[in-house]
Each structure stands twice: as C-alpha cells, then as structure tokens.
Design a protein around this ligand. Structure first.
Ligand code: ATP
Ligand code: MG
Length: 421
C-alpha cells in the first residue's frame, strides 16, 4: 500500500514552529485591538457567485485558482449549488456586513480575521494551495467617514506598527491610486489603445491579459516585457481631481506620522474590486514571492454583490510569508555578528581590540580581524561573519570617524565612533 501524504500545496504545521504562528497571531490581535478592531469569522466556503461577483470573473483567482464543486441537491426539485473554498476573505466579510445589516448603526465597522484561504496555484516557496491570511477591513456608510483618506492612512500606519512590533525589519511599503470607478474605464481604454500595436511582442499571458483585463499587464513580472510595460500610460495621468486629492491626503497623513512609502505607478493589484488607494508591503528576503501583504480601497464592492453603498479599505497579509521572513531573520540574527572590525595594518591591532571591547560592552556582537590580512580578504571574511564591516585605518583611529560598510545594502558611510552602537 502506498503511504498517504498531505495533499500537494498543503502542509502540516508542527511544534515548535506553531509557537511562532501563535506569536504572530497574538501580536496581530494585540495591535489590532489598540485600533479598536473586532474579530469576524466567516465560513470557509461560500456560494461561488460571491467570488465571481465580488473578486471579479477576469481575475486570476476566479478564472483559474478556485476550488469549486457542485454541492449535492437535497431534493430532486432543488438545483445543485455551486460552492467554493474561499480564496480570500474580503468578499466574505462584505457579504456578512450586508447580511447582518452592520451598516445600519451608521458607524464604521472595523473587522479583522485570521484563517486559511485556498487557491489552486503552483506550489513553491511562499506559495501554497492552503495558506493563511490575517486581514482587516474598515467599512461603513459614507456618512460614517468610510471614504476619508484618513482611514487609508490609519490602516497603513497600523500595518507599519504591526510589522515593527513583530520585529520584521526591512519592509517596504509601495502605494498607488488606481482611481475611482469613473477614472478606471478611461484609463483602461487608454491602456487598450497603447497595447494594441505592441501586445503581439509580449508573452502569451500578457497577450491574453491585454484582451481580457489590460490592468493585469502592469503587474506582470515577465522580464522581457518590462520595457514595453514601462512605456504604457500611467494611471496617475487619468485620475480626476477628487481621486488626486484623496491620494495626496493619504500621503500627507503618512508623512505626518512618519510612515515611509514609495509611490509605484504600476501597482494595480490582482483584484477587480479595488478603487483609489492600493498598496503592498514587500520584503527582500522572500525572493520571487516578495509580497508580505496587499490591500486597498474597494468603494464599490458592497454594491457589486447586491448591498448598500459601503466604501471600505482593507488588507490581507500572507501569514505563511510573515513566518518565512521571521525564520530567515532569526537564522541571520543567530549567526551574524553586528560588526567585523578590520584593522588596516598590524600596528592597528591593539586599537581594533580596544574598539571591539568598547562595542562589546555596549552589548554588540563583534568579530575582530587582523591587520596582516589584505583588504580583499578582510571583506571576504567579514561578509561571511558579520552584517557590517568597520575599516580601521590610521586616519580613522586618530579622528574617531570610521568607515562602515553595510553588506545588506552595500552602502558605505562615515560614522562617528560614539554612534556605532
Ligand atoms: P501574489 O502576487 O504573491 O500572487 P496576490 O496578489 O495573489 O499575491 P493577494 O490576493 O493580495 O495576493 O493576497 C494577499 C497576500 O496573501 C499576499 O500578499 C501574500 O502574502 C498572501 N498570499 C497570496 N496567495 C498566497 C499563496 N498561494 N500562498 C501563500 N500566501 C499567499
Ligand atoms: Mg496570486
């Protein structure tokens, strides 16, 4: 008999790793509760049409990634119902918002969820068929301020706080505005026009997208198509005054609270329901699957699935990718010294040891090289052992201003000795 294994793209989470999962979830609950979010738990499967209408027929998720089946009819007169394992949770949350008339109180609903999602994708590092998302939504009637750019900025600031509190360093926030429901058709028309004469030069996927969903061409990762894509019209040039002002207000609020961001005019995201603000937090340590989380505003989603007008903004984090990032960081932290001190001549060895003593006393992890090493060798050894190298030459020893190179960023800077810790 052949042995049974977990289905391709699914996996068991075992101790001690599950402890890390619990820490991530605990931190999310703690941080979100400080922003007064409450938890929602929606069913793991829903009527297929919720995703078809809510996420969009032309999206990758709905067109090729869903686990869908016909439920058995209970009686002969009954039609079999098409059901789908949820590929994402925003549609389910908005369905629940409508079903329970959560908007009738006239207040904003601030809801978060933690749970598994299912997509039939090619499994690889950071990409599974059952994966976990931690997400949140702010949704409500316009009179409750649900369209305010302050809500967008608050959600983004919460995410920055969450990642910082979790100890994830080196995240990058990319942000864009895809405009309102009025701006988008004008932009899509311009895209179609610009794509028409060049699409035959693009990869097969992009040729298809150019027909069915031209916005998707923008987030294509195909290396051969990048130059053509960079020359396509930018959505920023198609935003109306309201959308422009909204986006400017989001960025101003981020500036005010010191959350760093990068405007990326190509960021359109994979779901049809987004309007205005869209964003992603990426992390370099994740390789090809570099998105830690994605989100945006969805002012028309509720109406799309038969509800009242209820603008909203939300995000979904890939919990699996948060875990991968934390594990990679922990591995690096465990093995790398903070600094490798490279004395540039044997006479400087005593000064190097003295500097090492000073930094170790401040709690830093230090490796000291040897002044007899050639510079090239010092760099090679340092790169294996430490995050940064300090070059200690005659000048540096006398002035107390040291040359420091950070291997992660390849940046070389002058740092005063007292500021090294
Ligand atoms: P990607 O471009 O990586 O396919 P996506 O745009 O499909 O991401 P979203 O639908 O926005 O992703 O989901 C939000 C987050 O959920 C992603 O940023 C990612 O961290 C995570 N995620 C999405 N699909 C998977 C998957 N198959 N396995 C693990 N995590 C996933
Ligand atoms: Mg995807």
């Amino acid at each position: 008999m052949s042995t049974l294994k977990a289905v391709r793209g699914t996996r068991d989470l075992l101790p001690p790793e599950t402890e890390l999962w619990n820490r991530v979830e605990r931190t999310a609950r703690e941080v979100f509760s400080r922003y007064n979010f409450g938890e929602i738990r929606t069913p793991i499967f829903e009527d297929t049409s919720l995703f078809a209408r809510g996420v969009g027929e032309e999206t990758d998720i709905v067109s090729k990634e869903m686990y869908t089946w016909e439920d058995r009819a209970r009686a002969q007169s009954e039609k079999a119902q098409s059901l789908t394992l949820r590929p994402e949770n925003t549609a389910g949350v908005v369905r629940a918002y409508i079903e329970h008339k959560l908007g009738e109180a006239g207040l904003l609903q601030k809801l978060y969820y933690i749970g598994p999602q299912f997509r039939r994708e090619r499994p690889q590092k950071g990409r599974y068929r059952q994966f976990w998302q931690i997400g949140a939504e702010v949704i409500g009637p316009t009179s409750a301020g649900s369209e305010s750019p302050l809500r967008d900025a608050e959600v983004l600031e919460m995410l920055a706080s969450f990642l910082d509190e979790l100890g994830i360093s080196g995240w990058r926030l990319e942000i864009n505005s895809v405009g309102s429901a009025l701006d988008r058709p004008r932009y899509v028309a311009a895209l179609r026009e610009a794509l028409a004469p060049v699409k035959h030069l693009m990869c097969e996927d992009n040729q298809r997208r150019a027909e069915t969903n031209p916005l998707r061409v923008l987030d294509s990762k195909d290396p051969n198509d990048q130059e053509l894509i960079n020359n396509l019209p930018k959505i920023a040039d198609y935003l109306d005054e309201d959308s422009k002002a909204h986006f400017a207000a989001v960025l101003a609020a981020l500036d005010a609270c010191g959350v760093p961001y990068h405007v990326n005019p190509r960021l359109v995201r994979g779901l049809d329901y987004y309007t205005r603000t869209t964003f992603e937090f990426t992390h370099g340590g994740l390789g090809a699957q570099n998105a830690l989380l994605g989100g945006g505003r969805y002012d028309g989603l509720s109406e799309n699935i038969g509800g009242p007008k209820a603008p909203g903004i939300g995000f979904a984090m890939g919990e699996d990718r948060l875990i991968l990032t934390l594990q990679a960081q922990a591995e690096q932290q465990a093995t790398l010294a903070d600094y490798y001190i490279a004395p540039l001549a044997a006479e400087l060895n005593p000064a190097a040891l003295e500097l090492a003593r000073e930094l170790r006393r401040k709690g830093l992890r230090i490796e000291v090289g040897d002044g007899s090493f050639r510079l090239k060798k010092s760099f090679e050894v340092a790169n294996k052992l430490a995050k940064k190298i300090i070059l200690l030459g005659e000048d540096e020893a006398s002035t107390g201003v040291l040359t420091v190179k950070d291997f992660a960023t390849a940046e070389q800077t002058k740092v005063a000795r007292a500021e090294l810790a």
